[in-house]
Write a protein that binds this ligand. Structure first.
Ligand code: NAI
Length: 700
């Protein structure tokens, strides 16, 4: 009766339909077709009194198989199959026999929509439900935009779908998405029981016909206006959330059929949009970075306790993320006042998690109690991993590493959060270089998802594997790179800053450069970013960068030194490329504009008035691509996908363009090489296309 992706077993009068596509029971049109045939047969079989749908293994279903999404799929294929899925779910709802979803693990996307087409949903307390499609540029295309808002109410439906939220089972129960919550391991039994109880009824709740949670038209229109306003005022403009809201709106104001028609049209628009293609590429790239071929078969060490050295901007956040993940964590500072300040900030981070209902007060207290503030190295004798985050100076870091090598037990991993300095040099002052590694967090480390892991020649596989495991536990996405000055991310960042300065000297304004990059899709422009990170940091790192990469070195703009000397260090100093008021709002600064004019005059540059937004973004983005290609050529980066993840998560390259190298592939490597050659002829060898890019262009 069932196909290979679906199996059926009879439990008394109830038939249990099992989705069987390991590991997460991902869905496809073929799978929907098999479910449909199975359901039709069971509904017409007089011996069956009720139906339960369950997932094989730990998940109900994590949704549609995203690896099948491709711009090469024919639009007709989607357009013909979508209505079939919609009809299947309608038929399931129309069944006179009860259909119960038994949900454990994830019921996401299409998985959640399948559950919404059942009459009743029983969930294990640890299950997760939701419609996160907009996060990959799509929208729920199996009736989810219609059934979910009718079940949970318009406001919550708009939020869950428009923001791509996932819900814990308890919240889903509270909202009406789940009918019955049960203890883990009991979901199938409870679902069968419910099907038996409901089997003497001939009509069952149909989400698509539910009206009681839809507000009156006028109130609904206000809610849609609000949702649209939120989407339009978001710093990064995505198209999928607006399209999803349009589907909900069509259904809520004009009825289910109109909503489904909108879903069928707008899903296809999303599917073939650059946004979905880029986001789905990024989705898979970000899941691949932790899987390193040459580490296969290497077991990680057990990390029980962690220590962080230096409780400044970075150290206090790094300690916080480890505490949050349940690691007992030592924090070492140079004196009591600095230690106290760091501890107070960490406490504040926990308090905010409690305020936002992300942690219970008891859990926050328990996790915070695992913090051991200290001024003594000997107290670190039993830690398994140390992360150093002191000032960015080799002499100070070496001094710390000498002390750590003396105080820590053999086998303890010694990591540095340095932004640029070579890890190999630090390793020389330790006893066991195989245990030395770079763990480069991004600021603010409690929020930024990227962790650049830096291996040098002597770093052992076990050390790397252990750090990859820790990254997973602290919920960071790792990108493994080779040791060199600036690693992958800061090599790109410095070239980015230098290109922005070159455009500024040539005649573009600070605001025009920032606006053009934001219009391209970055959350902020290079000057806003410089002001946030601190322009003094860039100033200090420039000499090292010039020495390490002479082929990419260009004359440093005199502006850099002028800004440093006049204290234009950025937001923290109240002035940088912009002026900042007490609320840290950036304002164009006439003083800065006249400094730029002075520099142009001194350099004998008459400002070009014809620098277009296209030229700004092309020069900036192609520079990113060129330096990333250098990093691939010399082995700093392992793969273009790693570059994509690092550029999106580290510096906000638009995720919907898939990352710097995915974007380059999309534009065409050949086109980029031609442009860079032209810039090189005009401005010099700093634009010379990387050998990696030239080869990629030849292979196109
Ligand atoms: P920071 O100046 O805010 O904090 C450094 C802390 O280290 C201070 O609290 C200081 O008291 C402490 N410290 C200095 N010498 C020490 C010693 N010998 N023993 C113990 N503690 C000591 O600096 P920040 O920004 O936290 O940077 C720390 C490291 O992280 C640097 O290597 C930096 O390059 C790197 N980094 C910084 C990022 C940022 O955006 N701020 C981003 C990524 C990495």
């Amino acid at each position: 009766m069932a196909g290979s992706l679906v199996s059926v077993e009879k439990k008394g009068d109830i038939s249990v339909v099992t989705l069987n596509n390991p590991p997460v029971n991902s869905l496809s049109f073929e799978m929907f077709s098999q479910i449909d045939q199975t359901m039709q047969q069971l509904i017409s079989d007089a011996s069956v009194k009720g139906i339960v749908v369950v997932g094989a293994g730990r998940n109900f279903s994590a949704g549609f198989d995203l690896s099948s999404v491709s711009k090469d799929v024919q639009p007709d294929f989607i357009a013909t199959n979508m209505p079939k899925t919609h009809h299947m779910l309608d038929r399931m709802e129309d069944s006179p026999k009860p259909i119960v979803a038994a949900i454990a693990g994830n019921a996401l996307g299409g998985g959640c929509e399948l559950a919404l087409g059942c009459h009743y949903r029983v969930a294990d307390k640890t299950a997760t439900l939701g419609l996160p499609e907009v996060k990959v540029g799509l929208l729920p295309g199996a009736g989810g935009t219609q059934r979910l808002p009718r079940l949970v109410g318009l406001m919550d439906g708009l939020q869950v779908i428009g923001q791509g939220k996932t819900l814990g089972a308890a919240k889903a129960h509270q909202l009406g998405l789940v009918d019955l919550l049960v203890e883990p391991g009991q979901v199938l039994e409870a679902a069968i029981q419910l099907a038996v109880e409901k089997s003497n009824q001939t009509s069952h709740p149909k989400a698509r016909e539910k009206q009681d949670k839809l507000p009156p038209r006028e109130m609904a229109e206000q809610m849609f206006a609000m949702a649209r306003h939120m989407i339009e005022s978001a710093p990064v403009k995505f198209r999928a959330p607006g399209r999803a809201v349009a589907c909900i709106e069509a259904g809520a104001l004009n009825g289910y059929a109109a909503g489904i028609a909108a879903e069928q049209k707008l899903f296809v628009d999303c599917y073939f949009d650059e946004e979905a293609q880029g986001l789905i590429h990024f989705f898979f790239a970000s899941r691949s970075t932790g899987k390193i071929k040459d580490l296969e078969g290497t077991s990680p060490m057990k990390v029980g306790k962690v220590a962080v050295i230096g409780g400044g901007t970075m150290g206090r956040d790094i300690a916080f993320v480890h505490l949050l993940a349940g690691y007992p964590t030592h924090l070492l500072e140079v004196d009591q006042p600095r230690l106290d300040a760091a501890v107070a900030t960490i406490k504040g981070h926990f308090d905010r998690r409690v305020e936002k209902n992300q942690l219970s007060p008891a859990d926050a207290e328990k996790l915070f109690a695992q913090l051991t503030p200290t001024l003594d190295y000997p107290s670190l004798s039993d830690v398994d991993l140390v992360i150093e985050a002191v000032f960015e100076r080799m002499d100070i870091k070496k001094d710390v590493f000498v002390k750590l090598a003396a105080a820590c037990k053999p086998g303890c991993i010694l990591a540095s959060n340095t932004s640029t300095l070579p890890i190999g040099e630090l390793a020389r002052v330790t006893k066991d270089a195989s245990k030395v590694i770079g763990l480069h967090f991004f600021s603010p480390a409690r929020a930024m998802p990227l962790l650049e892991i830096i291996r040098f020649d002597a770093t052992s596989k076990e050390t790397i594997q252990t750090c990859l495991e820790v990254a997973k536990r602290i919920k960071k996405t790792p990108v493994l790179v080779r040791d060199c000055y600036g690693f992958l991310t800061n090599r790109i960042a410095f070239a980015y800053g230098a290109e922005a300065n070159a455009l500024l000297e040539e005649g573009a304004s600070i605001e025009a450069i920032d606006q053009a990059t934001v219009a391209f899709g970055f959350p902020m422009g290079p000057f806003t970013m410089g002001d946030m990170a601190g322009n003094d940091i860039a100033y200090h790192a420039i000499p090292g960068m010039m020495k390490a990469y002479p082929q990419r070195a260009r004359k440093v703009s005199p502006l850099v030194e002028m800004m440093f000397k006049t204290g234009r260090h950025g937001q923290k100093a109240g002035k940088g490329f912009y002026a900042y008021d007490a609320s840290k709002k950036a304002q164009p600064d006439p003083e800065m504009a006249s400094m730029v004019e002075t520099v142009r005059k001194d350099l004998g540059i008459s400002a070009r008035k014809d620098i277009s937004a296209e030229e700004i973004t092309e020069r900036i983005v192609y520079t990113w691509v060129n330096i990333a290609a250098d990093c691939l050529e010399d082995g700093t980066a392992l793969s273009p996908d790693d570059v994509d993840v690092a550029t999106v998560m580290g510096f906000g390259f638009p995720a919907w363009k898939g990352g710097a190298m995915n974007y380059a592939r999309h534009v065409g490597f050949g086109k980029i090489v031609t442009s860079l050659d032209q810039y090189a002829a005009k401005y010099g060898k700093v634009y010379e296309p990387s050998a990696w890019l030239r080869r990629a262009a030849e292979k196109e």
